[in-house]
Write a protein that binds this ligand. Structure first.
Ligand SMILES: O=C(O)CCC(=O)C(=O)O
Length: 258
């Protein structure tokens, strides 16, 4: 059974929160997502195989919608989403990235086992978490997220090697069969979300079902213990809750206009 106790997040490296957004809110999210899917570029530059590469446009690569469109930025500061983040990171919260990952029915790319933090050289610190919001119902058949609990312990930086497959990143870390046996599938209804630590091993299988699997990943950091080098970071960094001291982050805490 997946962990649903935020108090176990520090030990397990992830936690699931059920029914965070209402079905009405999720319906609005789907409408906005459909607009982006209608405008999918034929070719796009993505980070794959350890470098920026031009590939055919795919809905798994809808990166960083939040600085371009207030709908997604507003979602990133949704009070219920931030409550979930606060329960694992504390009250001072930065929004540092986001990415819509949509796996089309019968066609969605797998995501090999990986750690997030090792991809982000502009982010210094370990108190970083990803919210993975289910926009569609997700299960093993349509490629739900899987995590290997507790693998973040001691913040090990594992070596990245080529996955040798057509998957989202083109890179993976080596995971033994024993470790893989401990993997937990995060099956969820649309509107539920998981949070995962930026060092915990996670990934997902291809979508072999007849149902789409859409998710919005929103990435947050503890504003007190993590420093983001904004000169090197590829999107603006936003303060969404609490305090950050003297910084050049953009203040969009509650009450501030977007
Ligand atoms: O959506 C997925 O299948 C993988 C997501 C992921 O790797 C992440 O959020 O870091």
């Amino acid at each position: 059974m997946p962990n649903i106790n935020p108090e176990s997040y520090a030990e397990e490296g992830y936690c699931l929160f059920n029914d965070v957004l209402s079905q009405g809110e999720i319906a609005s999210v789907r409408i906005e997502l459909d607009k982006l899917l209608d405008d999918l570029p034929e070719r796009q530059v993505v980070y794959k195989d350890g470098e920026d590469r031009e590939v055919d446009g795919r809905p798994e690569y809808l990166t960083e919608p939040h600085p371009k469109n207030p709908f997604w930025l507003e979602l990133c500061r949704h009070p219920s989403v931030l409550d979930a983040v606060e329960s694992v990171l504390g009250p001072d919260i930065l929004l540092i990235m986001s990415h819509l990952i949509v796996k089309r029915a019968g066609d969605g790319l797998p995501v090999a086992w990986h750690q997030d933090n090792t991809y982000w050289h502009s982010v210094e610190g370990t108190d970083v978490t990803t919210v993975w919001l289910a926009i569609d119902d997700t299960d093993c058949d349509n490629g739900c997220m899987q995590v290997i609990p507790c693998t973040h312990e001691g913040y090990p930086e594992m070596e990245k090697i080529s996955s040798g497959e057509d998957d989202l990143l083109g890179l993976k870390v080596e995971v033994s069969p024993e470790m893989e046996e401990g993997a937990v599938c995060l099956e969820m209804k649309a509107g539920s979300l998981s949070v995962h630590d930026s060092f915990v091993l996670h990934g997902s299988e291809a979508n072999t079902s007849g149902c789409r699997r859409a998710a919005y990943t929103m990435r947050y950091a503890n504003a007190r213990t993590v420093r983001v080098n904004t000169a090197e970071h590829w999107v603006p960094v936003y303060l969404v809750r609490g305090e950050a001291g003297e910084t050049d982050y953009i203040d969009i805490r509650p009450g501030r206009k977007l």
